[in-house]
Design a binder for this molecule. Sequence first.
Ligand SMILES: [Zn+2]
Length: 353
Amino acid sequence: MTVPIVHADTYPLHDPAFEIWPGGRLRPYFETPQRAEIILDALRATSWAKIMTPEEGRYESLPLLVHDGDYVWFIRNGFKEWLSTQPSVPEGYPPTYYPSSFPPPRARRKLKGEARLNAAEGYGYYTFDLTAPLLEGTYEAALGSARCAMTAANMVLYGDRTAYALCRPPGHHAGRDYSGGYCYFNNTAIAAKILSVRGSVAVLDLDYHHGNGTQDIFWEDDRVLTISIHCDPRVDYPYFVGFADEVGGGAGEGCNLNLPLPPGTTGEWYRTALELALDRIHLFDPWALVIAVGFDTYAGDPFSKFDLNTGDYAQIAQRLHALDLPTVLVQEGGYHLEALGQNVVTFLEPFNS
Ligand SMILES: [Zn+2]
């Protein structure tokens, strides 16, 4: 058997040179195009990866499945509007739009008409941290990434057992109307939304960081169960969200499960949390599963305070494959460049049967 791997050639168009870290330090941007190249090279070396491009067409309305129109407008046009207001841009790296102002709590209001066009400052409305700058190619790369998720979801919707979307940039921190955490369009949420036309869907987020955007998008939705296993937000990003008492609201109350784990989490502890997640999925009885797969839980990852190794990924993936559900895998984080390719291959391998 083969595993379809959907990958778009737009990923190198988004390539920030630096990111701003606490204390005002600048350091090289961790979420690099190289990540996708490494994954692709590792998959090409297998006998079972069937690499393909997304469905033909631009699908510019695709992000509207889970995002607000004015937000999508801003991701598409904000950079150009901002650049036109800049008398000069620093040399040495590509023009990069980081916001400098953010709405104070309880003062967030929709920008409309002329105000929306004030893109020189407007991006602070649409992003919640300083890790998701806008560059000339950001929109194209984010749209390409979303199209990979769409194509993988459509393949499973129309009968494939499994498909993997090699999404870059990632998406699970992006909410209905905000970017953040390297994310612009929520690829995982797009895949889940597409699959939900047939019935209820479970999303399992295995990235080291809480899938706050996905949780937010489906907060009141009882057709999509969202589960995230991640580092305790008291210890790590995104800090303000991802706690165990966040269970969903309205019709979606009880359809969100957060399983925060402490620093030092081993593969054994992790698999205990995974069993809780699998029990919840059984109860929910979805027709399909979306796995937001991140490898920043790896012991050597620059972000990780967990202690997972490549062998743990094999065991986790085997448990998930044993669920015997139609499954879309969507790539999220993972920044240990030497191990990333092998970790992805190891995770996908059980789905090749
Ligand atoms: Zn992450």
